[in-house]
Design a protein around this ligand. Sequence first.
Ligand SMILES: *Cc1c(COP(=O)(O)O)cnc(C)c1O
Length: 384
Amino acid sequence: MRDTFLPYNQPHLTDHEKDAIIRVLDSKWITRGPQCAAFESALSEKLAAPVVAVSSCTAALHLALLISNIGPGDEVITTPLTFAASVNVITHVGARPVLVDINPRTGNIDPEQVERAIGPKTRAILPVHYGGYPVDMKAINRLRDAYHLTVIEDAAHALDTYYEGRPIGSWGNLTAFSFYATKNLTTGEGGALVVPDAELVDQVRTYSLHGLSLNAWNRYSEKGSWHYDVDVPGYKYNMTDIEAALGLVQLQKLPLMQARRSEIARHYHHAFAELPVILPSEPSNGQHAWHLYALRVKAGALRGDRDDIIEGLTQRNIGTSVHFIPIHQHRYYRRTLGYQAGDFPYAEEFFHQEISLPLYPGMTDGDVNDVIAAVTETIHAWSR
Ligand SMILES: *Cc1c(COP(=O)(O)O)cnc(C)c1O
């Protein structure tokens, strides 16, 4: 057994990131400026669509709803198997989140259930690419076009997820990415919104910086002017140059980091193939970003449950996490949306079975083997 605790997640940070941040500090221009612009164009080149860098994925989702004019009286269809942020933002604009169940194989929203939930108040669909597995975007975009809806993709897990040969972010929808500390690319805190409609890009920028007239962000530079005008009561959602500098370095090494993630996932697949567990499925028409390795404990196959396995892994010095407590089980949403336990049986079962294993580029082969040994021992210890 390993004698030090293996954390569930750790960002991949090297001297390159340190140097980039120090250069920004030395320049004395530390908030939104040239690094943000460079990060936006690098990301926009990768995704072949315009991108606005913001302070978080949550901010990006909120801005997406705002510029789509979604508000009181409107409904937005989303998944219960997500982080609170995806649904909180719907509440922030005064709209009503409508949950529909997942496909139990992938953890993603089921387009057939989405279609059944579409009603006269439905304005948008907010799918989440769970763990980095691509949502069936053709089916979702078909519903978008048939019912004149907006699609806002929560791609917090899906930087470098591909679907039918194209990256998530290039499917013609408002798409929000997260660069939070645990995500596949990190800027500490940060996010980006892909805005496929060029006319809306300026609106997103304005909303993301107090609603100030464009380019007011450089009002302290020699090219700027002290003058600004407030177009709308906007938000303070801009990225900073310190974060963007970090992001540029991370973007350069993203292919290497992603290759290591899939390598680790392959090791896990191979090692766990004979255990009484459910392995995360792989898309046949795309590429998984392996943000999560969501192992699931089969109901009835063991003497214990998911929590017993997590306990066994903790005792063996392996950190884990669980994604996600379904939205309708949280107190606020129980109270306001009126859903009951049992309303989304697939999402509930997925949650009860799921364990997210350590999966990040900085893991050594020894770390990977330690996880494999600990999982194998623990599952055997609880086997019937
Ligand atoms: C991390 C996460 C978010 C929020 O991202 P932030 O950048 O922290 O705002 C939203 N949705 C999902 C599914 C996430 O995992």
